[in-house]
Write a protein that binds this ligand. Sequence first.
Ligand code: FAD
Length: 490
Amino acid sequence: MSGTPIGRVVIAGGGTAGWMAAAAASRFLNDGQRTITLVESDAIGTVGVGEATIPPIRGFNARLGIEEADFLRATGGTPKLGIEFVDWGARGERYMHPFGTPGRDIEGLNFHQLWLKLRERPGIGDFEGYAMAAVAARAGRFAPPSPDPRSPLSGVDYAYHFDAGLYAAFLRRRAEEQGTVRVEGRITGVEQDERGHVTAVRLEGDRRIAGDLFLDCSGFRSLLLGEAMGVGFEDWSHWLPCDRAIAVPTERTQPLLPYTRATAHDAGWQWRIPLQHRTGNGHVYASAFTDDDTAERILMANLDAAPTATPRRLSFTAGRRRQSWAGNVVALGLAGGFLEPLESTSIHLIQEGIAKLFALFPDDRFSPVVRDEYNRLMADHYTAIRDFIILHYAATRRRDTPFWRHVGSMALPETLARKLALFAEKGRIFRYDDELFTVPSWVAVLLGQGIVPTGYDPIVDALDADRVAEALRHMRRQNATLAQQLPPAG
Ligand code: FAD
């Protein structure tokens, strides 16, 4: 028995989440029968930050038919090859978490295992020198991935830095051209039927918008999923105590560097994100360990250029709604959860939420099987990203402030503790289900933070060590030479 197709999709909120959902829905769900309506309130506005992304954003844009050059022009976008972490493992240390893969596996054996075995031999050098994206980023150069598997550029991947407000405006134009109807107004309440499903949102001025499926993109307020449906919040702040941010733009710096920088401070960390027209900066910190004025002083003292606006303060709690989908309401973006932007994953979580919703698009029966599968997939996705972010705090050797003493000795989620214990022995890492971060990402952060396993996987002993060492030295030289030949990033 099949149900009736959903006719009316209502999107509550027009931030990055709302307009990404509207642009995707009006392209893929607009069969001529279905209406897509987005309600937003200019008076309330958006969260107004969110500038760094990870490579899957390119796939999202491509599926919407967006040309890269148009997108970069409209959003002030720049290429991003990874994230540089400064002062995380210990003060004075820095490492790169590059996109793509480091080195090349030899005869099917993991590259990092080969490096672990041979790392002390002459000419092998640090792990970072094998990742073409990291080497190019450090040289301030950029080139897209090469389809030629023999080129070191075949291991490169990239994302973007961009102005999320301009991205939302760009997507809005496309969504409206594709038939999305935008309604301006503040949502003041919801109407629900006897099952608890939302039947309409009420707007100021005695207006109402009825719908069959509601996408809650209302930001931290979580108007529909949290407030109307009563879905509780799972608080993760005992692992991720940062709960405040201060953001400030500065003038554009020269040369334009193709990576995000995350610099650890006494009770949090500072981002630096280079865009075409300005640089985005912000200090993310834990209010239990410092105060707002101190945090602002630290931010302003660590800027590379003159501020172009007054600093803006934000608060949040790390965690997620216990379900992403309840009844006929699906939350996307901040309405569904928040993880600090250390690995630039929030916009990705919106993209993932949209993709999984389309893959499991309901009919008017709102099958619990479909809903439960969506909730399971999103819970797994959030949890895996959460663990990867906690890793940066857990794998520190810093003990110089109360904040670092706290995060460096806190009890970890069992999933992460297991991963760390396995890596510590022989550098083994496994990726589960469709977990976002790959083995090279875990290895880059673990080694970057100074966690070096006591051994290596003995399977690599099957290869001739001298021959492999020579192959590694060759890869390293190739990366260094090629980086100098690439064009400057901007
Ligand atoms: P919002 O932008 O808050 O939009 C909510 C929408 O709902 C607005 O249109 C608002 O008007 C509307 N609304 C709310 N209430 C009502 C109402 N009653 N009636 C009508 N409309 C209403 N993500 C990244 O991927 N990379 C980053 O580098 C990054 N950095 C971040 C830094 C900080 C400090 C923070 C806090 C977040 C960062 N994020 C980042 C997350 C990113 O900002 C969000 O994921 C993204 O902007 C999506 O926000 P949203 O659309 O869910 O919510």
